[in-house]
Design a protein around this ligand. Structure first.
Ligand code: ADP
Length: 303
């Protein structure tokens, strides 16, 4: 397996731009059109917000993922893709210490967040989850009003400022304000599934995070609602760093800047564990991957 850190250090952005394949060479099933916009974007220097190295997660001593090393940058959308059970959600949950809440889960290796060890004893997991929000597969609003859903986190955290302004700002950033401004006091369960999911995104934004983790956020939504969430993700990228687990290859190709591909490997001792095969620019993963396992997956030859 290639070391993704070294690979990027040796590989200057201008050279990456120059060496990218043209549309005629792209034969994978997401199509050249999906990836076309990515090529025209100027390469900016990446600013890592998370640096992972040698990360291994086990449940009750059974290793679920091992040897994970890559970094996640500011103002980028990073997709985690791979077959079911390869450890994508497990890894995502490490990034805001949600695995602390899973009985029997242990995390080894290093995860630095803004250069600090996320798992150091001095780090407060509640503060971590304020800075690193999470959105789940199924929209999970609280059985409260739209307003109270958004205000919940800021109130619990004792955030200073005018609550009406905090709520409005979060709903605007969640691309929901115009749809709900006249019914803020109504129950969130009266919203459509897509609106509920945007409410859940807005709820994470209310506590001023810098990272949003999304675990298959569109899998319960129709294509129109999915499109709205994808548009929102692209807007949010300007201000936040987003990490998304998705089973939808087209979605990964459409929205993400970088992609990590994972697989389930059969170890010498007969156990199956999740491993990262490759981490690179999304365009490279989908058009010119390094590893044949990645190509087989993104072209749909193996599920
Ligand atoms: P993915 O998100 O890629 O489908 P998961 O992270 O859900 O993969 O699972 C990776 C492995 O860890 C699987 O073998 C799964 O059974 C196991 N696993 C996930 N969550 C738990 C848990 N809470 N307790 C025990 N094993 C778990």
């Amino acid at each position: 397996m290639t070391d993704p850190h070294r690979q990027r250090e040796d590989d200057r952005p201008e050279e990456r731009q120059a060496s990218r394949p043209g549309p005629a060479e792209t034969s994978l099933d997401v199509g050249a059109a999906t990836l076309e916009g990515k090529r025209s974007q100027p390469a900016k220097p990446r600013k890592p917000i998370f640096e992972l190295s040698g990360v291994e997660v086990a449940y009750s001593g059974k290793v679920a993922v091992r040897d994970i090393g890559f970094d996640i940058a500011m103002n980028e959308i990073t997709a985690l893709i791979g077959p079911s059970g390869c450890g994508k959600s497990t890894l995502l949950r490490c990034l805001n210490r949600m695995n602390d809440l899973v009985p029997g889960a242990t995390v080894d290796g290093t995860i630095n967040y803004h250069g600090q060890d996320l798992y150091a004893s001095t780090i407060d997991p509640v503060e971590v989850r304020k800075r690193i929000g999470m959105v789940f597969q199924k929209p999970n609003p609280f059985p409260k009003s739209i307003y109270d859903n958004i205000a919940f986190g800021p109130r619990v955290l004792g955030m200073k400022g005018d609550m009406d302004e905090i709520v409005e700002r979060a709903l605007r950033r969640g691309a929901l304000w115009d749809e709900v401004k006249d019914r803020l006091k109504t129950n969130a369960f009266g919203m459509s599934g897509g609106q509920q999911q945007r409410l859940c995104i807005a709820r994470t934004l209310a506590t001023d995070p810098d990272v949003i983790l999304m675990d298959e956020p569109c899998s319960a939504l129709d294509p129109i609602s999915t499109g709205k969430i994808e548009d929102l993700m692209l807007e949010l990228r300007e201000r936040y760093s987003i990490v998304i687990v998705t089973h939808n290859m087209q979605q990964a190709a459409r929205v993400s800047d970088m992609t990590a591909f994972f697989t389930v490997a059969l170890e010498d001792d007969g156990h199956r564990t999740g491993r990262m095969v490759e981490f690179d620019e999304t365009q490279t993963i989908f058009t010119n991957p390094n590893d044949e396992r990645t190509e087989a997956y993104v072209t749909g030859k193996v599920g």
